[in-house]
Ligand binder design. Structure first.
Ligand code: FMN
Length: 192
């Protein structure tokens, strides 16, 4: 494991081309065991993940990608499809027994439930990327997919909503463009 700031931040990039190797189930489970420790509001843990780990399922996923992401997806041996669960609150009896279930019936409108799930799942996805990098894998986060196609093919009979895909494996450094600039501290932050 490499929890250095280089491996997780300064040397890590969003890869667009992979070597096609699959992760082992042990590696996939190790990524989840770190990801699940992300902080979320009321320990709500709304992130759901479908790990795609066969050539056939990668091809199915590539077919759900928008055209500019199809070939990128085909280069990967493994990928995580990230979702947020609109029924996340049904797990509160275990995850947050102190909480009243925030259902539509107990006063939470659907759009509030959805915003809460999305915001907290996004936080967990950030941890998933950091976890995979710490375990020695490269990541290729991509949002450009046909959400409805992904949901109907991969999420079955659930209320999981598509968020994004993270390709996983060994990225090809040669295929990277120079890193784009980021906002300077002065442009993005204030100290008061
Ligand atoms: C939520 C999300 C969606 C993204 N969608 C796409 C995408 O559809 N296609 C793509 O090639 N890159 C996509 N990216 C990659 C970004 O362009 C990349 O993370 C950003 O430019 C920073 O690159 P760097 O990490 O190499 O510095 C996405 C990244 C994130 C986090």
């Amino acid at each position: 494991m490499d929890f250095s700031k280089e491996s997780i931040f300064t040397d890590a990039r969003s890869h667009k081309k992979f070597g096609g190797d699959q992760l082992s189930e042990k590696d996939i489970r190790a990524i989840y065991e770190l990801t699940k420790l992300a902080p979320t509001a009321n320990n709500s843990c709304p992130l759901r993940i479908v790990f795609v780990n066969t050539a056939e399922s990668i091809e199915q996923l590539a077919k759900c990608a928008l055209d500019f992401n199809q070939e990128k997806t085909r280069t990967a041996g493994s990928a995580a499809i990230l979702a947020y669960d609109l029924d996340f609150h049904t797990k509160f009896t275990t995850l947050a027994p102190h909480m009243k279930q925030p259902t539509v019936h107990s006063g939470w409108p659907v759009d509030r439930l959805e915003r809460y799930a999305l915001a907290n799942a996004n936080l967990q996805i950030g941890f998933l990327i950091a976890a995979a990098r710490a375990l020695g894998f490269d990541c290729g986060p991509m949002g450009g997919f046909d959400s409805k196609a992904v949901e109907s093919h991969f999420f079955g009979d659930t209320r999981w909503k598509f968020n994004c895909v993270v390709l996983l494996g060994r990225g090809d450094d040669q295929a990277l463009r120079p890193r784009a600039p980021r906002l300077a501290f002065e442009d993005a932050c204030r100290i008061t």
